[in-house]
Design a binder for this molecule. Structure first.
Ligand SMILES: [Zn+2]
Length: 676
């Protein structure tokens, strides 16, 4: 309890935290009681007794703040302390009276603590074996004998659960929350099983709320509803493995609540999940509003969000405040899958930028805390809400390697948040921090993860082919990467036969290429360049299916210009193209502006033959692009769509046929100074 109470009370005046604080602080100012608006300074100067300031002693021994059920209980404990100080000659009778008077007017003992335990962008990273974190500014790295700095092993849902357990044990009241992308873009050991492993282990961890993120919609609304409510996947036999891994069977669904305040089903006009959840703390109700970014439709397979509408983040939250207040709720937490960027310390906020700054600035003054995500950044900010009050705005990086501890102080009378202290904590797998109490992983969760690994392992370790050298996502100046070319070639191969679509060119979005194919080190016996299904999956984890459509030549030119349309990244978003297709462009990152015309007229060719504006071309894309993903609306205009196999299967088949695969010359897309 002590370790919770100290930062709670001190945080209103000091930015420091940690148990060592009380012993090292210099005494100054007046002895004070309470917190926030209820803080009252006495006329008694703070002073050290036995090396500890009176203010700190009050916190340590009287434990003002959240520990007492009533102000009266606090006052009787304090009176005993003051009597002891008088008897010891530490304070005079006059000072004792002044202390009692100030304490009586303060809100000490009229408050409650609620510890919010938060993370974001977990992305199904249930197994921490290959997860690590490095932050030089925070001293989070391991030095090698040569002076190199290596990341520190961190994460794993079993270690997260161990840390969560400890944080809960320290606090009288707590809530565990996630700010979206809990699932989706997951490693094979969760993705193969439709992320049921993530839901089941989060059930065991004790998650309370998950605000939906964009990736929650990867497989569409119906699949997301299944993950909430349980039951087996309608077609995939990999679902419902509970009997083999030690979880309830059939799949039980999430024991936590998905929240979606800004996601409305167009058919019903209602949100697809509750807009908020309530946590009651000793009679004080705290609301957790959850939502995803408004821009979700532009980054999710359109089929996944069909029939859904995504509202403005701040407006969606603000619209709930009146209702919450009528229900007697004053303490409001927003969990939002949108964020910012703040380079530097995981507990800093210097140079913060990004959408969340504007969103927080438009949030109603009643909002007390914002847990954010999506950018995979770690930060610990205070940003002004619409009434100018600086409130904590946090993010815990990604993949469960950090957890944010946020201690809220609630006033029993006003039911509002009157104090908050936040800190990002490392999910330390190896006791790198060298604490007396290393995190103890939850062994039940460890076993469930190991069982899922065992089920996935034969699939992951199957060798699908080989490479002669590293094949990477690194793009040249023109925007082409060797791995992008291989993926496009694999997709064209899978769809070229007339009965498979008769495609002549394939386009691949660069954002869908999630890892490089690395060539093993020169260690003896490891130089064979084998590629496993697990590696292929890591490159293409989204299970998009292939689609073939007919585009006119003019539409192909329009499609290529959309790579530099307004709204794309400043460097453009260059589609990777298959063998036999080529074109020239004059876009130069940092010198060209978005929205111009950059494709050289007449330069696009298929098998050496110029693309004709009026000609018809069968074009392959993945299902994400097929419905206009990444801003490529031209794909929507295609005719005669034909569905194909899953992208990773096409990739696997290609390796089976073409191995060893060598990185290509990256000469399909050519950048020129001027088209001329
Ligand atoms: Zn996201």
């Amino acid at each position: 309890m002590q370790s919770m109470i100290k930062p709670l009370v001190l945080a209103s005046t000091m930015a420091l935290s940690g148990a060592a604080f009380a012993a090292t602080v210099a005494c100054g100012g007046a002895v004070s009681f309470g917190e926030g608006a209820g803080k009252v300074a006495s006329a008694v100067a703070d002073r050290a007794v036995d090396g500890v300031c009176l203010n700190a002693q009050i916190i340590d021994t009287v434990a003002e703040g959240a520990r007492y059920a009533s102000h009266g209980e606090f006052m009787s404990a304090l009176t005993r302390q003051i009597d002891a100080w008088r008897a010891a000659g530490v304070v005079s009778a006059r000072e004792a009276g002044a202390l009692t008077s100030a304490a009586a007017r303060s809100n000490a003992g009229r408050t409650l603590g609620l510890r919010v335990i938060a993370f974001n962008d977990f992305h199904g990273n249930i197994d921490g074996a290959n997860l690590s974190l490095r932050s030089d500014i925070d001293g989070i790295y391991r030095s090698t004998t040569t002076g190199a700095r290596l990341p520190v092993p961190a994460g794993g849902v079993d270690y997260m659960a161990g840390l969560v357990r400890r944080l809960r044990d320290e606090a009288a009241h707590s809530a565990v929350v996630s700010a979206g992308d809990l699932i989706g873009g997951s490693p094979l050991n969760s993705a193969l099983f439709h992320d049921e492993p993530t839901i089941e282990t989060m059930n065991l961890l004790g998650l309370d709320f998950d605000a939906v993120g964009n990736h929650e919609f990867d497989e569409g609304k119906d699949e997301l509803l299944r993950l909430q409510h349980g039951g087996c996947h309608p077609t995939d036999a990999n679902s419902c493995q509970g009997a083999r891994v030690g979880t309830p069977s059939p799949f039980e669904g999430a024991r936590f609540q998905f929240l979606a305040a800004n996601v409305t089903d167009s058919a019903t006009g209602r949100t697809i999940f509750p807009a908020y959840g309530i946590r009651e703390v000793d009679g004080v109700r705290v609301a957790f509003i959850g939502m995803t970014l408004e821009g979700t439709p532009s980054i999710v397979t359109p089929a996944g969000i069909e029939g859904l509408q995504f509202g403005d983040e701040a407006e969606s939250a603000n619209a709930l405040i009146g209702r919450l207040r009528r229900e007697g709720v004053e303490a409001v937490v927003v969990l939002i899958h949108e964020g910012g960027v703040a380079p530097g310390s995981i507990n800093g906020c210097s140079g913060v930028s990004g959408p969340v700054v504007d969103i927080v600035g438009r949030l109603h003054g009643a909002v007390d805390l914002v847990v954010t995500g999506h950018t995979h950044q770690a930060y610990n900010c205070r940003l002004p809400n619409a009434e100018g009050r600086a409130i904590p705005v946090t993010s815990a990086g990604s993949f469960g390697r950090l957890i944010t501890r946020i201690d809220l102080t609630l006033d029993r009378a006003s039911r509002d948040v009157i104090g908050a202290a936040a800190e990002n904590l490392l999910v330390d797998r190896v006791n790198y921090l060298n604490t007396a109490t290393p995190i103890q992983p939850d062994t039940k969760i460890t076993s469930v993860v190991a069982n899922y690994n065992a089920l996935a392992e034969p699939i992951a370790n199957r060798v699908i082919g080989s490479i002669t050298a590293p094949i990477t996502r690194s793009a040249n100046a023109a925007g082409e990467s060797a791995l992008g070319a291989v993926i496009a070639d694999a997709q064209l191969r899978a769809t070229a036969a007339p009965e498979r679509g008769g495609a002549v060119v394939a386009f691949m979005n660069p954002g869908g290429i999630r890892a490089d194919l690395t060539y093993p080190s020169s260690n003896a016996g490891e130089g064979d360049g084998q590629v496993t299904y697990g590696e292929a999956f890591t490159v293409q984890p989204f299970a998009n299916s292939l689609v073939v459509k007919t585009l006119t030549g003019a539409q192909i030119y329009a499609l290529l210009e959309q790579q530099w349309a307004l709204g794309q990244p400043a460097s453009g978003r260059i589609l990777q193209v298959s063998e036999g297709f080529g074109y020239r462009h004059s876009f130069r990152p940092s010198q060209s502006v978005l929205g111009g015309q950059y494709v050289c007229p007449g330069s696009a060719t298929v098998d050496g033959v110029p693309v004709e504006a009026g000609g018809d071309y069968r074009v392959t894309m993945n299902s994400f692009l097929a419905s206009g993903g990444d801003g490529f609306g031209v794909f929507n205009l295609g005719r005669d769509a034909l569905g194909g196999e899953v992208d990773v299967d096409a990739f696997t088949d290609y390796f089976a046929e073409r191995s060893p695969v060598a990185p290509g010359a990256r000469d399909r897309i050519v950048q020129v100074a001027a088209c001329g």
